[in-house]
Design a protein around this ligand. Structure first.
Ligand code: NDP
Length: 239
């Protein structure tokens, strides 16, 4: 049995991962903004499911919840930094608040989490942090510029920090799912609609999203299983 810590456990990949881990006998620290969503799962799994309210954009809250997880659970073996969402629309249409919020969540939120875990994993002798990025963390579609900026940003951060912390027995791994069936599409923030973009690739992507022809071929179950498989390769803590 390992202890896993997951952000964004209310929905999609984070939710399914939580369910799969509990079914396999692991202990899960599930963090999310709407804790009531996990009430039924908590009633079923009792002590193996630790639940805490967490908005990753709040650095102080991240530090407090990660600290509480170690105090109450003793250790954390695997961390999945999963919370995130997308913004869709032309770069020129994207408002400052939309840009800042997605960077606060996908980029800075993940950084807050990784930073809070490093000293504690070092202290316990090692562990594994999996950062859910996206295939959009290494390639780009039109009309997803703010999202790509957040995911390319976190990939650079992880690539750098992974080298710093490897000597402490801490592994950092990027997970890059392709389009996956979750609530991601429903939670996509759309920017203003400017007709001028209709004939451009932005318009084409928008039309494909609107008529449902944007191919979403990934299965969240499969993504969650892949995350568990990667974690099975975690280097053993040194002490
Ligand atoms: P969902 O929308 O189903 O789940 C997203 C989760 O992130 C929800 O639990 C949501 O919480 C949470 N979240 C959003 N903002 C915050 C925040 N500020 N603090 C804490 N939690 C937050 O989408 P997915 O499961 O698909 O997304 C999970 C990850 O996978 C994301 O990082 C996404 O970028 C990535 N991804 C998804 C792909 C896809 O096609 N689905 C493809 C590639 C990567 P709440 O329920 O409260 O809104």
């Amino acid at each position: 049995m390992k202890t896993w810590f997951i952000t964004g456990a209310s929905s999609g990949i984070g939710r399914i991962l939580t369910e799969q881990l509990l079914a396999q006998g692991h202990r899960v620290a599930a963090t999310l903004r709407r804790t009531e969503v996990l009430d039924a799962l908590k009633a079923k799994h009792g002590e193996r499911l630790w639940v805490a309210r967490l908005d990753v954009t709040d650095a102080a809250q991240v530090e407090a919840v990660v600290g509480r997880a170690f105090t109450e659970l003793g250790r954390v073996d695997v961390v999945v930094s999963n919370a995130g969402y997308g913004v869709f629309g032309a770069a020129e249409e994207t408002e400052d608040a939309q840009l800042r919020r997605v960077l606060d969540t996908n980029l800075l939120g993940s950084i807050h989490l990784i930073r809070a875990f490093i000293p504690r994993l070092r202290e316990q002798g090692g562990g594994h942090i999996l950062q859910v990025s996206s295939e959009g963390g290494q390639m780009a579609y039109p009309a997803f510029s703010a999202y790509h900026a957040s995911k390319w940003g976190i990939e650079g951060y992880v690539e750098s920090v992974a080298q710093e912390v490897a000597p402490f027995g801490i592994a950092l791994t990027l997970v890059e799912p392709g389009p996956t069936r979750t609530n991601f599409g429903d939670n996509l923030v759309r920017t203003r609609e400017l007709a001028v973009y209709a004939p451009t690739p932005v318009g084409a992507v928008r039309a494909a999203l609107a008529n449902g022809s944007f191919e979403i071929n990934g299965d969240a179950d499969k993504t969650a299983r892949a995350i568990i498989d990667v974690a099975e390769e975690t280097p053993a803590p040194r002490r």
